[in-house]
Design a protein around this ligand. Sequence first.
Ligand code: WTA
Length: 741
Amino acid sequence: MPKRVQSKKRAPAAKRTAKKTLKSKAVKSTKKIRARKPTVDQKPPVQELTEVSEAQIAVHWKEEETFMPSEKLKAQANMNDPKVFERFKQENFPNCFKEYADMLDWFEPYQQVLDTSNAPFWKWFTGGKLNVSYNCVDRHLAKYGKKPAIIFVAEPETEADWVLTYEDLYKRVNEVAALLRSLGLKKGDRVTFHLPMTPELPITMLACARLGVIHSQVFAGFSGQACGSRVHDSGSRFLVTMDAYWRNGSLIDHKANADLAVQTSEELGQKVDKVLVWQRYPGKYSGKTPMVEGRDVFMNDLLKPFDGKTVEPEKMDSEDPLFLMYTSGTTGKPKGIQHRTGGYLAYVTATSKWVQDIHPDDVYWCLADIGWITGHSYIVYGPLAVAATSVIFEGVPTYPDAARPWRVSERLGVNIFHTAPTSIRMLRKLGPELPRKYKHHFKCMTTVGEPIEPEAWRWYYHEVGRGEAAITDTWWQTETGGFLCSTLPALMKMKPGSAGPGMPGIFPVILDENGNEVPAGSNKAGNLCIRNPWPGEMQTIWGDPDRYVRTYYARYNKKPKSTDWRDWPYLAGDGALQAADGYIRVLGRIDDVINVAGHRLGTKEIESACLAVPEVAEAAVVPVVDEMKGRVPEVYVALKPGIQASDAIINSIIKANEEYIGKIARPKHVYIVPDMPKTRSGKIMRRVLASISNRLDVGDVTTLANPTVVEEIRVMVQGKDVKVSKEAIPEDIAKFGEQNA
Ligand code: WTA
């Protein structure tokens, strides 16, 4: 029985940046690779050791003190009725979700709440007809037409805000819809966006939704190639982009990425007819690459004849797809997560109302990028469906300094704030005292995307929220559409480091390897699953329904023909444990996905990028703990016979990752090793490499085909005399690579 240890803290990360480390690693040959010296703080805190089974890793993390929401918050909250959990108890599933559907305007009522006849392809609110753009815009005009819907804050502080009222938004969405329709786009077509964080993105999303066109927004920070492969997979004939945008003080030339995207997509077999280019500064081209005659057109020019035009919102079936959002999985090919119209909108509307407590007179700011699911659900669709004023911020929160979020919040009167642990850590590190200098007041604050350390949570609570704001730690995924585990802010205690229990109508369960339930309060971790379907859940993976079943349902389903939802627990892909009070503590991914600063990257995608470098024979990517970003990838490569290691090869590998995926995939270190540690059957032991990168015991390697190389690599990475730690193993790191071993 192997020994596993869990600790309350993550192992601290090496302090050097990737850039510095690279410089220090002048590589001339495999023999001469310089080892990194560990820093003093790499010694993790001493923790209790326990012997446990593979399936149930005991977790020792003391229960945190809890915090209660204020009376002031409770008095005004959208959801302050404790009976809600009675209404949404399991016996009332699925009809309890009628309450969510009732928050929308339907052109035609639905016939059935949940249709399970083609399990696990669930159908929600079947027979109902509605339109998302109508629900997010038109229906607010009478009461909130003059109220800001979107406030755009540009990164340069000298630039004035762009405020769009619901009337302005209505006008723009209609004009863009009219234009897209004139280009021949219709219900069911796909359009890929590679748009940055400006109001043109939600405007174009809503215009597509008005016509029933399925949009697929690719995060603007992804490379042109990454965008191109998504254009191809979705079968889009149109790419919508912007010429340039500001990020971290630079005006980035973005149109160049569109050229690469089109080239990549066409190489893969998908022709792109038109590239529609928004101008960051209307009337002026801020890109550097020339517009391609006949293919590239400026949106601002095309829009001229459509001034004031309106388009009837298409009556969409509740089950018609609304959008695709690509996310990483265990293979090199990203999955096009397909979301539906009715169930999705109902779910994000209700959760925006109940969890984020958004009222029409609140000013809400979510710092995520609309290129990720958080932005789709909780900058655009959810908040606009509840008539919020939603702030869209172009840049990075630490530019020009770490007080920017507090300055903007004070100036705009933001009272609901939403961000990820990685930003919280960064803002805390760069300016722990800065929030005190500003007069912002938040009533609610959300965190999402990664586990948050209790220490960072407390800073967020006391310094940013001044002890007045209720924090909701929301656990969910691209696939889930909206929050699944979270507290309801006015009704429940907050517990630092834990997402809440299941949301109303969501029944989480922790299952062990054999499908047995790990009881709440047992202090044992297992696989986080959801017992039941829910309206916000994805419909399928675009073009790959088998992968949908395989990835999320095959693991625990024992009756593949069953149409009873009870036979289909949803496998989230996260390790977690449940406290006696039902609160969920997420430990991290259990698959080959690395959560970098809250963004999912597949190790296989990174490995494929490395293999594109001609000198590379083999590549293995592992997650390493990082103080700020949570996890970052580290790369191990073996070169083809006769090729000498060099800085140039390392640089090509880094460049390949930036080109194929984007800057977020930049590895922390690249190690050129003499050989990969392998099993006798020739499989690379990624688990051993992950242990070396994270300074953990590599365990018994004597059964490997080439055991001596492990020590060679260890010395290369850690230096000769380093004692590896036997403690502090976050579960995702501890279990990393087991599947491949
Ligand atoms: C992680 C982001 C801990 C988790 C909305 C999940 C979290 C992955 C939390 C999904 C949280 C998300 N606490 N971990 N509150 N929220 N995660 O698809 O590993 O980009 O599986 O969706 O982020 O990432 P995705």
